[in-house]
Design a protein around this ligand. Sequence first.
Ligand SMILES: Cc1cc2nc3c(=O)[nH]c(=O)nc-3n(C[C@H](O)[C@H](O)[C@H](O)COP(=O)(O)OP(=O)(O)OC[C@H]3O[C@@H](n4cnc5c(N)ncnc54)[C@H](O)[C@@H]3O)c2cc1C
Length: 279
Amino acid sequence: MEFSPAFINVTYHRSESMFKKKPDGTFDKVEVRKRPGTVGICAAIMNRYKVDAVAHLICGGFTRQETEDALIDLNFLGIDNVLVLRGDAPKNESAFEPEPGGHRYAIELLQQVMNMNNGIYLEEDLKNAVKTNFCIGVAGYPEKHFEAPNMQTDLAYLKAKVDAGAEYITTQMFFDNAKYFSFVKACRDAGIGVPIVPGLKPISSKKQLTVIPRTFHVDIPEELSSEILKCKTDADVEVVGTEWMLRQSRELKAAGVPGLHYYTLGKPKMVSNVVKELI
Ligand SMILES: Cc1cc2nc3c(=O)[nH]c(=O)nc-3n(C[C@H](O)[C@H](O)[C@H](O)COP(=O)(O)OP(=O)(O)OC[C@H]3O[C@@H](n4cnc5c(N)ncnc54)[C@H](O)[C@@H]3O)c2cc1C
């Protein structure tokens, strides 16, 4: 709150389960991670801090009905910003599969939210089908979504999300601003006119040099990776990571970006060190 953020995003995830071996050698499927309290956390943020919360919604693991219920709760709470996403396959599965009765692509989820904005709910005869007023954001990938066959195809699907009603795009993290600038140009050339908010994450450990590319399918520039490899401790890496993100932020801000979206991922200290220098 010290920095008066314009908004705070709250992520969403499906519940996670594992197979536990029983004494007789058979297996039980047990839940090891509950569905998130995204709606509740957003409400707490808005209540306590009077700052806009952006609730993420994903397709994976949710039926259309469950999504509608979450949206009804968000609407009652006055949380009218949502970032609609597909989500990824669970860790033990190789490809994303929608929940039976759920959505396959983010655009389908977006269409559900747009329908509610027009008073169209899943049940035709619903008595209290009030029109909602959600402002919808979607994800964009300066280095291409890892499943897209090429950038042009990925951009065509991104444009379809914008044409269907997305009002802005928040990007996947990137460590080379040139990638963001060329993505914005490619979007504009493809007829995508909405604001494109850059997403940044600070690198905080040597391990992340391999984990980040594997998890998020983004490159880490050689200039940054070589500096990190010289570090003796992760505390030294934090210094390099902070400095790098500060440089990125300064350049983006000077270029007039519509905002900066920081991925704090539960570790706000490095981000707050950057913002202190930036404002
Ligand atoms: C800013 C941001 C926030 C995120 N927050 C979360 C979170 O809170 N929880 C979480 O689980 N994940 C989150 N993610 C990760 C996200 O769920 C994954 O990156 C996921 O793999 C893709 O989501 P999407 O919304 O971009 O999917 P989509 O837009 O559905 O695209 C997925 C893939 O399908 C292709 N595609 C899109 N539409 C179609 C179509 N109609 N027909 C055929 N192909 C199509 C695209 O090119 C792409 O390759 C976030 C990502 C970003 C960038």
